[in-house]
Structure formats: structure tokens, C-alpha cells
Design a protein around this ligand. Sequence first.
Ligand SMILES: Cc1cc2nc3c(=O)[nH]c(=O)nc-3n(C[C@H](O)[C@H](O)[C@H](O)COP(=O)(O)OP(=O)(O)OC[C@H]3O[C@@H](n4cnc5c(N)ncnc54)[C@H](O)[C@@H]3O)c2cc1C
Length: 490
Amino acid sequence: MTDRVFDIGVIGAGPAGLAAATAAASVGLSVVLIDAGSQPGGQYWRHPDEQQVGETDHAGHHDWTTFTTMRSALHTAMEAGHITYLPDTQLWLIDPVKEATARRTLRLTNSYTAGPEQHIARRPTEVTVDQLILCPGGYDRQLPVPGWDLPGVMAAGGVQALLKGSRTVAGRRAIIAGTGPFLLPVAVGLAEAGAEVVSICEAGAIRNWLPHVAAAAQVPSKGLEGAQYAALMAKHRIPYRSRTIIRAIHGETSVEAVTTCKVDSSGTPIAGTERRYEVDVVGLGWGFTPSLELPVMVGAQTRRDVDGSLVAVVDDQQRSGIPGVYIAGEATGVGGASMAVAEGKLAALTAAADSGRPISPRDVSRLQHKIKRFRGFAVAMHTAHPVPEAWTGWLEPETVVCRCEEVNYGDLCTAHEELQADDARTLKLVARPGMGWCQGRVCGYAIAGIAASLCGREPSEEDLRSQGKRTLASPVALSDLAALNNEIHL
Ligand SMILES: Cc1cc2nc3c(=O)[nH]c(=O)nc-3n(C[C@H](O)[C@H](O)[C@H](O)COP(=O)(O)OP(=O)(O)OC[C@H]3O[C@@H](n4cnc5c(N)ncnc54)[C@H](O)[C@@H]3O)c2cc1C
């Protein structure tokens, strides 16, 4: 417990949260920075444990200087007492506001990264803040495919997280499939670490970028990054096959092989184009999807973004519309680390201005201009790499969709046909997908898509929101719930 009230609570120490916390401290606000990870950096700057390998190991990271500059600013602000940094700490509940203020109590617990010492010497179980900047990031978006529940099939981000976080290579012979530029660093990272990558299967087509050349040219650094990956793919002889998907994954006790096939522009498989590859690891990535449990918990509005994921709605200064709550980074729309940094800084400046601190209007418009450029690039990327509309046609009745509750596609079809489940929420209620340990984080996007396709319509915001609403932001011990002491009605 702590009695201290902070001006701002920043959730997440990824690109957006680090930028927000350091910017807020630099204009004189007291900040508590809460992050489930053990060290700052989030997904983008995930790196091996500094206590073990020191500072130098940042192979495969881009914009590393941006990170080290913000990390130095964090350390300086911590020493000066302007930022209280709580790593290994999960925010699991945000209490409703008290009376007419925007003051909120944040309920904390040790995150899964906390070691046994941290579990004994527990951190504060709650902190109180006057304003809140939510930067919870996102995670890999997944689509089920026959055999994807075999050991050896991983999210592409999981394959990369092993490499970035502990230099662990997920397998010896890999195939990477899905859509979007993120497939490239994953494949190249594996090859650089000594694995053989037999193919990148991209469901889209390179020519999809043609109508978006102008938007892409607004962010030249991305083009340069793409060229670097292309050179490394040539060096490691990694074939790049567009309009290609993994149709099925085979194996007895773990992955042994995959069947790929060509698809048309809607994602419908083209008969006779099947190919088989022997592999021991499969990385699947269909873009990212924001973590929205905290924005939804405080009542923030959401919308379906151009990539089909649910995102939090903010104004052009990162205000969520809920007094005292600002949102930045991946949660407002998937757009990459540089945009997340700019949004984090802007959120801090807006929060400072809203609490009566002087800020520079020039800084605000500079950041807004930057965000607009990055957003333009993100829209181009999402439009060029859509999730194929016909993807549910790849499923067999026995394909597992919800791995936690072992609900397969046939169960969902039955729930629709016999119990009139016409939306994602009703499917969840009657067939239990998304009710297990991960609470729909892995299958939620797919359930929304399946519900829509069974009814012959587009997925709606409500289909997605019903999968993203969670009373608690993470699993907690019963003792944490008991400590609420009847103060809160969940
Ligand atoms: C697995 C993965 C790999 C990626 N790899 C690349 C890449 O190679 N190249 C690239 O350009 N982009 C990559 N991206 C995208 C890039 O990481 C993001 O654009 C960027 O990190 C967004 O920054 P952020 O601050 O919004 O979120 P994040 O970096 O995701 O940071 C969010 C932070 O919030 C914390 N958090 C969330 N909820 C809570 C809570 N309730 N309590 C406490 N802490 C919480 C998380 O632990 C995390 O540290 C990747 C994304 C993912 C998910």
C-alpha cells in the first residue's frame, strides 16, 4: 500500500509509455510508471536481461539510441524523485473515480516476470493518481488453421520475443506465414541466428503497395528498413512467396510439415497449387491487435480500425474523452514504435496542459504533424496487407479455434445453426470460446470474424468489443480479490 498520490500514472514502459513518463517528468509532474515487464523497452525494444548480459547486446534492434536516450532520462528522473518506476508489476483493476475528481486508485500485483524475491517483498498493491496515460501496447493477431495447436506452431512475435529476449532460436527449420512487413524481421532474425527459413508465405501481394507509394514515401526510414531486410533475405536465400498461405500444419506430437497453397485476392485457395515443406517450427503473424482491457475498463470509446482490429478512440491530443485519461501507442491503432513515441510525448504534454502547466504549442503541433505522417504510413500498410476476407474458408469442422476451452469450428457452426448465435457475444455465451485462461486474447479476433462470416456480414465493433471486455485486466490471486474488502463492485 502507498498513501502517495501521483500527478500521473503511466501504464506500460514500451515506446509510448517511456516517452510519456519522461516527457511528463520533464514538465514537473510526479509520475508513477507501471510495467509488467522486468525492464523498460516494451515489445519493440525487448532485450536480454541487462543484469546478466550488460548494455551492449542489442542486435536486431532499430532506433536503439532513441531507447537509450529515454532510458537515461528515466534513470535521471528516478534519481531526482520525479518518476517512481514499478517494473514486474501488473495493473489489474482501475477503481472508478471518486466524487467529482478524476482521481483513481490503481490496483497492482506482481506480474508473471517477477521472481520469487519480488513475490516475497511485494510492491505497493495500490497507487493513486490524478491523471492516467494508458500505453498498454498490443500483441500478435492470430487466425486458426488446421494443425495450429501442435507444439512448434508459434505466433511470429513469440518466435521473435524468444530471439530478442533470450537469444533462443525456436527451431532449426522454419516457415513464417501470415501477412505484413513484420514477417520479414522474424524470418531474418531466425536466419541470422542460424536457423534455415524455408519460406516466407505472404497472403497479400507486393503490388498492393502501388496505390500507397506517396504515403509510404512520407516515412523513408521504413523503406530503408525494408531494403535491409531484402538484402538479408537474399544473403540467407529466404524465398518470399506472395499470395501464399499455410493451408494445414501436420505432425503427430509436434510440427513435422506444412502444406502451403496459393490464394486469389480474396484469400480463396487455388486448387493444384499445394506444396509441402518439412519444418520443425511455424511462425504465424497476421499483424497486431491492441490490448484494450484498460481503455475499456475506464469506459473509453472504441472503433474498428482500418486493419479490422478494435482500437481506442482519442482526439488529436490523445484525450480519451474520459476526464483525466489519455491513451497512446498501439492501443490507439497499430502504427509502429516511432508513432508510439510521438503519441506518448503528446499525451504527456496534453495531460500537463490540462492540469494547468505551461507547454509549448509548437511542440504540440510538431508531434501532431509527425503522428499524421506515421498514421498515413500505417493506413497504407494495413490496406496493402489485409487479413484475407475468405480466411474462414480455410477452416475444417474439427479445426480448434479457442485453444483454452478446446472449441472447434464445428462447435461454432452448430451454435449458430441450432442456437441462433448470430454475434460474437452469443457465440461466446453458448459455445464458450474466449472463456479460458487467455480470455479471448488469442482467439477473440477470429471469433468475431467467424460470427460475422456465419451470418454473411462484416465483423462489427460490437463483435470485437464483446471479446475484449474483461472485468479484470489480468488473472490475480484470490488474496488480491479478498483485499478489495467489498469496496468495489466488479
Ligand atoms: C511481439 C511483438 C513483436 C514486435 N516486433 C516488432 C518489430 O520487430 N519491428 C517493428 O517495427 N515493430 C514490432 N512490433 C510492434 C512494436 O513493438 C509496437 O509498434 C511498439 O512496441 C508499440 O509501443 P507501445 O508502447 O504502444 O506498446 P508495447 O511496446 O507493447 O508496450 C506496452 C507495455 O505495456 C505493458 N502493459 C500492458 N498492460 C499492462 C498492465 N495491465 N499492467 C502493467 N503493464 C502493462 C506491457 O508489458 C508492455 O511492456 C512488435 C509488436 C509485438 C507485439
